[in-house]
Design a binder for this molecule. Sequence first.
Ligand code: ADP
Ligand code: SF4
Length: 700
Amino acid sequence: MARDPRFDILFDPVRIGPVTAPNRFYQVPHASGMTNALPRVRAAFRETKAEGGWGVVCTGACSIHPSSDDSPLPFATLWDKDDIKAHALMTDAVHKHGSLAGVELFHGGAVVMNRTTRTPPLSPSGTPWMATHIGFMSNLRPKIMDKADIADLLQWQVEGARKARSAGFDIVYVYAGMGYLPYEFLLSDYNQRTDEFGGSVENRVRLIKQMIEVTKEAVGDTCGVALRISLEELRKRPGTHMESEAHEVIALMKDDPDLFDVKLDTTPTDCSASRFSPEGSHEPIINFVKKLTTKPVVGVGRFTSPDTMVSQVRRGVLDLIGGARPSIADPFLPNKIKEGREDEIRECIGCNICISSWHDGVPVRCTQNATAGEEWRRGWHPEKFKPARRPEKILVVGAGPAGLECARVLSRRGVQVTLADKADEFGGRLRFETKLPGLSAWGRVLDYRMLALKSDANVELYPGSDLTADDILEFGCDRVVTATGSRWGTELYADSELPTAPFHAPGVYTPDDLAVGIVPEGPIAVFDFDSYYMGGLVAEHLAKLYGNVTYITPAGQASAWTVMTNELPRVHQALTRAGVPVRTLSRVAGFGDGVLTLTGLFVDQLEQIPCRSLVITGLRRPNDDLYQSLIAKGPDLAAAGIRSVDRIGDAMAAGAIAHAVFSGHEYAREFDLSPQERNWRRDRPVVTEPFGKGVYEAAE
Ligand code: ADP
Ligand code: SF4
């Protein structure tokens, strides 16, 4: 298909100092959870994006010195020459496709805790980041940097840049964002110095200017030098002679780097979930930068629409279209636009499950793209599929995320697929969840797959088909996959912090009841120990519709797990705006006759509040009745020609949509492989030193 000429501008080359990006698609540095311990996993993950057309592909944060140790969170290192080899795997892989490789050299300052290296964190004035989340708190306060520390930092940056060049990188960063060390010099709250590095804006940018200068001296004739900078807080602060401190900072450095990579300050706004921010949400903060510099500017905003991208370039907001999440959800986004297949883009839904992987300390996972992080170890390519070993006819029952993904991938493997669902509309849990406040973008999970399924001649779609085991025996197929989802339970929560037996009483509901249209009578209480988005969203939704809703949880915060997806502060804001009181560390001790009895989780403190409806978002259990009744058919299955019956997604183990999509994908890729073939490869660090013979023998 021919590309639409209005998108041509996206394929212009852009000069970045001495190097040239082949197009405007720029995969900005983003965490991948892969670290130098998984160098092949990392190289293949980044390579896939270069193959998919991203003109620049960067690493995530790459520490320049042991005093920048973010453990146990995953981060890369360029501390010594052995680290160079680990990165060279990635730069070689990216270069194979004609793309540039960038490295985000990073010093975390007071934000990292140096838990492994045990060096005191460094900071301009000894001010810690007083995080409210336990994983980010520290009981070691940072050291105030003296002149020798500043000289050391500049030297570490030089050495990091040289190693980066040896590793084959084309773009080397100075990273002054997200609270990390150079950024701490910019912000007066962190920087109360009285020397030439503190006080006026000129003084506060001095260190960053010096870092850029020494980086250029180290690599500037061979590599582009980029400055990544957070501008949200600075933009709020009035300048002395310009509109804001952000304006003054950029004006003072306008000629220094070869590229400005501009972003916001904290993860809840910088990579905001779609629930809270639309595409292009950074523009009001960063839109001034290009007016102050002639250097190219890259920025992000969960861009998935090529029209929005073109508009950003044409209106002079950005020169390069930065992508982190959109490049994870669809590494082939640029090529799809290039080939006139933009309707095939697997759009990021903005759920931030990818970010939760970083908090978990594991390789990146993605709701939309089950192959993310599996390119090397499972050999999964996002766009290529091996044909099935023999002609197969497979029935998939249930068209939620798991069944949809399973059917899509089976059909790409040439399997003849029938996808049936008892509901008249496909989508499973998405039918209800996409109607909750802010979740409409999650409908892309369905839209992307429906487009693929409808255009494939191998696929038959049967909505409105409530299938029994007997129906399936009669249907005639080689294999059956049940993707019949899960049910919410009515268990409460005991003081042992374990769920109770199911609780049945008039006025007790679950999200399944709301999904079929039951309207709870007010006052309403939502009792949430699922702790992901459902409880908080149901409370917000019901409050907007009917008012008078209280949210109760045994956890310390509302929707407590959303700290992992960077949504937590904004969940609390949303509940407050919707007028929902939040009661934490509490559990339901009784309900009936219009009264809800609450007690503290750790302290017995009975309290009664008026309540006519109790909505419980607690346990979810597989809805696997169909699977069980099929299995119970025993030899009748073989007699009907059915070789296998399986469960996938929530019908196997209830979880987030990402798990269901992964499960559907995994079945479809691997149903005809032997157990040995299903084994995935284990990555390990590049070993450079021979293992000491004596030690080896002792270990044997
Ligand atoms: P998952 O997240 O695992 O994909 P969902 O709960 O989103 O699961 O979707 C499960 C789908 O299965 C629902 O759309 C439901 O209507 C459908 N379903 C459940 N039981 C049957 C059945 N016996 N026959 C056909 N469809 C079914
Ligand atoms: Fe987008 Fe969600 Fe995938 Fe992250 S996990 S890239 S937010 S779809």
